[in-house]
Design a protein around this ligand. Sequence first.
Ligand code: ME8
Length: 644
Amino acid sequence: MSERFYLTTPIYYPSDHLHIGHAYTTTVADSLARWHRFAGRDVYFVTGSDEHGQKIQRAALAKGVSPQAYVDEIVASFKGLWEKMNIEYDDFVRTTDDRHHRAVQAVFQKIYDQGDIYKSSYEGWYCTPCETFWVESRLEDGHCPDCKRPVELVEEESYFFRLSKYAPRLLEYIEEHPEFIQPETRRNEMVNFIKSGLEDLCVSRTTFDWGIPVPIDEKHVVYVWFDALTNYLTALGYPEQGELMEKWWPADLHLVGKEIMRFHTIIWPIMLMALDLPLPKTVFGHGWLLFDSDKMSKSKGNVVDPLVLIAEFGVDPIRYFLMREVSFGQDGNFSRKALIERTNADLANDLGNLLNRTLSMLDRYFSGIVPEPAASPNAIDQALIDHANSLGDAVDASLRQYKLNDALVKIWQLIGRANKYVDERAPWNLAKLDDKSELASVMYNLVETLRIVALTIKPFLPETGEKMWQQLGLTDLAAKSLSDVKWGLLPAGTKTAKGDPMFPRIEVEKEEPAKETQKKAEAKKPAAPVQEKPEGVVIGIEDFLKCELVVAEIMEADPIKGADKLLKLQVDIGSEKRQIVAGIAQHYAPSDLVGRRIIVVKNLKPAKLRGELSEGMLLAATSPEGTLELVSVSQAIPAGSRVK
Ligand code: ME8
């Protein structure tokens, strides 16, 4: 029987639309699922939506619709996003599904019947955004220690779950199963949390009704986390002990963000112990995707909408960035600049160029048909062959340890090796020889490397894998598996079909201000030709005078939707009003700008930045720390005055 792999993502709250942080977890899960399928394992991949609780009820109320209508609309958008991102899940559990209702009531009833749930009353604190109960001693300045928002005092009759009773057993389990909580830093945090004392957990609420009724007492609804965690069993048909439960439980991997590790490594395993079910093999708590070093969240207004990014860049650059940029387990920063740089450097430059130049040469030297590798390999050929031949196992080993970025680094090392191979073996020189056998081998080796890259890339970047496969003139990709990542399976005689570049370079100048462009020039691999700023060049006065610098008064300043670095300014330059788009939003609030007299270049060719016309450029200086200050004059100098 083939090895099996059951993996899950958190089921997300439809309290709002999903952002790139949610897409991160789901993309990782999808790539793992696709990889294990590709490696011949039997995979079950489940995601879903966590639709009950006070937070959702309040959100629906605020919108003036029923909670069900509210969640129906948002959950449809979840599914739409996953489809766009090529997420191939096997099941999507909605906690409003009847099957889930049955599973939760069965779990509650069983634990109650055996005496691990009892009735008492709760008086304490509750964080609604996190749907978490807190004892006073864990609060920080009266705020939720997780999300730092205010908590509410709750006083109500409740059912309690005897967490405390199971704490010693859980600690022992964690100690004996080092793979259970990963990465290791999170294991230590969880162990410390348990050792500091577990209180019994309140598992029902009475002050609102958007939830699953407690089976023995319909005044109560089941606490939303007790409800949500059960989804991992719902997907297997629990409480029926059928084929699905038998085949897939325990789960191999619950993939979650680090902030919900406590629920998954304390409450959930104790629920399972009480149900007499085995615990999941691994709960992996990954880091956060940060935006300007802060966790993205809707309430902070710093979220990045994946749909907007996909529309602009396509799906695979986003998938690639999420998995490559962040060391899995740790926090990582999202920025548009980093996304563009990654796409240009790794996808357009390294991968795109390798495919393009290889297929162009093949067209030129062999009319696009893969030749027989006639010559025996020299040391350089052999190094490439060995590298490519070991790639499949190397990627598999990284993924078994949840090192996604390592896996991608390994693929890109082979791509880098192949690009270097082109330069080392210089096919254009071999083409001058009468004997074409060496040229044939070199070209075969390059196309064969690309075939291996396409296969290993596909689980991470499905569209890219398919496009490469097509250009390589190969068929039947869906039937290929890890055993095809083996040197020499490319049939000579294959007719390739070179296409358009898969990743055209993203030209940033068109949409970003000069400051951004300048930063790009300093980056390791510029995405596009940039204007060099000459240093130490002596110019004549006539050159300087070509530049018409004038004093301008800022009349209005406004943010630009979707461009967090830009502000749109209406300025008076004496003779006329102008609009200028400037990259100063992170240094000045719009209200601080109105009335200032600044210096602008009046005769700069107008440009469009993010769809907004910019008719001129303002002058500013940057400190070594990166803060920016506008060059200004006092109110004594009227708008329109020439600066010389
Ligand atoms: O917690 N960086 O749902 P949720 C990385 N319903 N990952 C992020 C992220 C960020 N900035 N923001 C969100 C819930 N995530 C519960 C789960 S499971 C039984 C119930 C991802 O909508 C990450 O996986 O708040 C995180 O754990 C999850 O979304 C939280 O989603």
